[in-house]
Ligand binder design. Structure first.
Ligand code: AHG
Ligand code: MN
Ligand code: MN
Ligand code: MN
Length: 332
C-alpha cells in the first residue's frame, strides 16, 4: 500500500479525461480516446528511455531525418511507438512527425483528428541521461471524413488546436496538456502504470528571473536579442539551458522565465519547428497566462506553409517576452 508520502495526490488521468468529457454533452469520446492513446505510447517510451543504457537503443540510428539531423535510435523508436498507438487507437487520420518527411496516413479515413508530433524532443541529451520529452498538437481535420488526410489538414494555424501537450521524461515522468480550458499536469506512478493529477490548473508567473537561450550563438543573434541577454545579465537573472525544449519550457512554466531560440547564422529562421514544437507550447503557454511570439507575431496566428517550417521562438512569462520584443523593436 502506498504510504501518505507517495500516495497519488489526485485523480487518475483516465478519470480526469472522463470527467472533462462529461462536461461536454455533445462530446462523443474520440478526443478522450486520442489522449489516452498518447498517454499509452508515452508509458512505453518512458520504459524504453529508463532502460536506454541497457537495451542498446542509445546513439545514432545511422541516417538523417528531413531536418538534416542525425536521427538517434530513440527518435526512431519513439516515432514508431507513437505512430503505431495513434494508428491502432483509430481516432487519428493523419500525422505530421518531425521524423517523417511527409504526412503519415494512419489508414483511419473515418477519424476526425490529425496529430502533429515531436516524438522525442531533446534527443541530443539521450546518451548523457538528461531529460527528454515528447510534444504534440491535436487538430480537427478540414478534409471530408472518409478521405485520406491532406496538406490542408496539416497546415492549420495554431489557434485551430483542440488540444496540445507534452510528456517530460525526467526525474519523474509527467504528462502536461490542455484542451483549451486550462493546463493540468499529471505525474506517472510506474508501479501502478497510471498518471495521477499532480499539478492542477498550472499558471505561469507574470515575470521571472530565468532566461533560457544557447548563448553559444550570441554573436550571430539579432542585435535586439543580444541587448536583451545583456539586460538579463545586468538584472543578474539566472541562465538555465537544458538543451531540451520541453525541460526548459516546463521549468519556466513552474518558476517563471523566458525561453528564446532566435534566428542564428546556422538557422536563419530559427531552429524550432512551428507545427510540432512551437504551436503546442504556445497554446499551453497562453492557456497558463503566458505569451509566445516569433519576436513580432503571435505564434498561434502564423499560417503554416510547409510541414517542417521553422520559426524564431520567444515563450514564457508575458512581461519577459514583451521586454525581449521591446529590445527587438528598438533595433528596427
Ligand atoms: P529535437 O531533439 O526534437 O530535434 O529538438 C531539439 C531542440 C530543442 O529540444 C532544444 O531546445 C534545442 O533543439 C537545442 O538546440 P541547440 O543544441 O542548438 O541549443
Ligand atoms: Mn530532432
Ligand atoms: Mn524537438
Ligand atoms: Mn525531436
Amino acid at each position: 500500500m502506498l504510504d501518505r508520502f507517495t500516495a497519488p495526490v489526485g485523480t487518475t488521468l483516465d478519470r480526469f479525461i472522463a470527467q472533462k468529457q462529461e462536461q461536454f454533452p455533445y462530446a462523443t469520446g474520440e478526443l478522450s480516446q486520442l489522449l489516452r492513446d498518447i498517454a499509452l505510447a508515452s508509458k512505453i517510451i518512458n520504459r524504453e528511455i529508463n532502460r536506454a543504457g541497457l537495451s542498446g537503443i542509445e546513439g545514432a540510428a545511422g541516417q538523417e531525418n528531413v531536418q538534416g539531423e542525425s536521427q538517434q535510435k530513440l527518435d526512431v523508436v519513439a516515432d514508431v511507438r507513437f505512430t503505431r498507438a495513434l494508428q491502432k487507437g483509430g481516432e487519428t487520420c493523419g500525422i505530421v512527425s518531425e521524423e517523417c518527411d511527409n504526412i503519415i496516413d494512419t489508414g483511419n479515413p473515418h477519424a476526425k483528428y490529425i496529430v502533429a508530433i515531436d516524438p522525442l524532443d531533446g534527443s541530443s541529451n539521450i546518451d548523457v541521461n538528461v531529460l527528454v520529452g515528447t510534444i504534440f498538437s491535436i487538430y480537427r481535420r478540414k478534409s471530408p471524413i472518409g478521405t485520406p488526410p491532406t496538406m490542408q489538414d496539416m497546415l492549420q494555424e495554431g489557434t485551430e488546436q483542440v488540444a496540445a501537450g507534452y510528456v517530460l521524461y525526467g526525474s519523474s515522468t509527467m504528462l502536461v496538456y490542455s484542451t483549451g480550458y486550462g493546463v493540468n499536469g499529471f505525474t506517472y506512478e510506474p508501479s501502478l502504470g497510471e498518471y495521477f493529477l499532480s499539478h492542477p490548473g498550472m499558471k505561469i508567473k507574470d515575470t521571472g528571473n530565468i532566461y533560457s537561450i544557447n548563448e553559444g550563438g550570441y554573436y550571430s543573434f539579432p542585435q535586439g536579442v543580444r541587448d536583451y541577454i545583456d539586460y538579463c545579465k545586468e538584472e543578474e537573472y539566472s541562465g538555465r539551458y537544458i538543451g531540451s525544449l520541453v525541460g526548459d519550457f516546463h521549468r519556466n512554466m513552474l518558476k517563471g522565465g523566458i525561453y528564446i531560440y532566435p534566428a542564428t547564422s546556422k538557422y536563419q529562421k530559427g531552429k524550432l519547428r512551428l507545427l510540432y514544437e512551437c504551436n503546442a507550447l504556445s497554446f499551453l503557454a497562453e492557456q497558463a497566462g503566458g505569451m509566445a511570439t516569433d519576436g513580432s507575431r503571435r505564434i498561434l496566428n502564423i499560417k503554416p506553409t510547409e510541414l517542417h517550417q521553422r520559426t524564431p521562438f520567444f515563450v514564457g512569462s508575458p512581461k519577459m517576452v514583451q521586454k525581449a520584443m521591446d529590445f527587438l523593436n528598438e533595433e528596427e
